[in-house]
Design a protein around this ligand. Structure first.
Ligand code: AMP
Length: 397
């Protein structure tokens, strides 16, 4: 795996695919600089070597239209502030103007290209467009994990034009290492905690992960499909009746593979999908009609905590309750606390994919786990066992 540390960028121009798809407020100011911060080490390494950096990214969904609201000019000042270098901007992402701006770039300088998705060719993975992009640097660096699952021109196809001169940036290398640590080289016992709303969106992950883990905690809305499939009464809880056979088959596969599955034994049931609904603690398989399970119950949380504390490698994807509502966030917070405790005593913990990332940030766990992934869809596809095109393109020579 070639990383940026395998190259010296002295007098070289690095064409870096970053993920600067950042949120903008109504005055077009960047409201969250996390993604820019995340790309900083890679950019600094190029500059400190004595090279220059050409940054390319998409912003929003302009769908091939030059939409001024989604111009990357809006983020130029913020990128300059974060990186500590005055960033230049060019109002195109390919062609003569962009090539001239790159030619004028001196060592130590940074140039930001215009939004890649102003060209429909970007998302189509157009080879001509990728070829034009490749004219804008000597070495291609992919540091955008968030788009690594897309075979777009700037994330994948462009790599074909760089032969050996391509590598992962620090952020992408860190993401790959974190996934490998959980899926391949993790110290045992390995635990996956899968929550979230639906079994159907997690099936491929569950099936892939059964070969890698010793323990599997299933929580959140997925619980009720498993419980009903085993003959339990789940009241009005979210349940995918058409996935009950699949749930039983997953449990069988787990047993055959020696994976211990931990499902909730009790839940906080509510008489409405509302933060202010009346609640009661109920056995997971005896939820009365008119009531729905919205969070893990106290006995369940004790069991989950025990399993988490004895694990040495932990993957967490998906909340174990409706954490967006304060009254049903306790389970997700308790899981976060237990992972925090396990990490403090030496476990490796990775949080990735969508809502669990939002939850760890909201509840202040982001600094207490070993790694929080920056990629939603890219992380989910990695956990499903897929090879991401953006990663494969760098590895291929
Ligand atoms: P996912 O994107 O699949 O990880 O699902 C995350 C969503 O699952 C969050 O918005 C949670 O509110 C929701 N969720 C978790 N537990 C439950 C539950 N018991 N009932 C309904 N939704 C749930």
């Amino acid at each position: 795996m070639k990383t940026i540390d395998d190259f010296n960028f002295e007098n070289k121009k690095a064409l870096i695919r970053v993920d600067f798809n950042v949120p903008l407020d109504s005055a077009f100011n960047v409201s969250d600089t996390n993604r820019i911060q995340a790309a900083k080490p890679t950019i600094i390494k190029v500059l400190e070597d004595g090279g220059s950096a050409v940054l390319m990214s998409h912003l929003g969904r302009p769908k091939g239209q030059k939409n001024p609201d989604l111009s990357l000019t809006h983020i130029c000042t913020t990128v300059s502030d974060v990186i500590g270098v005055q960033v230049k901007f060019v109002g195109d992402s390919v062609g003569e103007t962009a090539e001239q701006a790159v030619a004028a770039l001196q060592p130590g300088e940074v140039l930001l290209l215009e939004n890649l998705r102003f060209y429909a060719e970007e998302e189509k993975g157009d080879s001509d467009f990728a070829n034009k992009l490749s004219k804008l640097g000597d070495i291609y660096v992919n540091d955008a994990f968030g788009t690594a699952h897309r075979a777009h021109a700037s994330t994948t196809i462009v790599a074909d034009f760089f032969s050996e001169n391509k590598c992962f940036g620090y952020l992408l290398a860190k993401e790959i290492a974190a996934i490998e640590k959980v899926m391949q080289t993790g110290e045992k016992p390995v635990l996956a905690i899968l929550g979230g709303a639906k079994v159907s969106s997690k099936i491929t992950i569950i099936e892939n992960i059964l070969d890698k883990v010793d323990h599997l905690i299933i929580g959140g809305g997925m619980t009720y499909t498993f419980v009903k499939a085993q003959g339990g009464a789940v009241g009005d809880s979210i349940c995918e009746d058409d996935k009950m056979d699949l749930a039983l088959s997953i449990l069988k596969q787990a047993e055959a593979k020696g994976v211990q599955v931990h499902l909730p034994v009790d839940v906080i049931a509510a008489n409405d999908f509302d933060n202010n609904a009346a609640t009661q603690t109920a056995a997971v398989d005896k939820i009365p009609d008119g009531w729905q399970g919205l969070d893990a119950g106290p006995r369940t949380l004790e069991i989950f905590r025990e399993v988490i504390l004895k694990s040495k490698t932990i993957l967490w994807n998906g909340p174990v309750g409706v954490f967006e509502m304060e009254n049903f966030a306790k389970g997700t917070i308790a899981v976060g606390n237990a992972i925090d405790e396990a990490t403090a005593t030496g476990a490796f913990s990775l949080v990735g994919g969508g809502d669990s990332v939002a939850a760890v940030k909201q509840f202040g766990f982001a600094d207490k786990v070993s790694y929080v992934s920056t990629g939603g869809g890219a992380m989910l596809e990695s956990l499903e066992g897929k090879t991401l095109p953006g990663i494969a393109a760098i590895i291929a020579s």
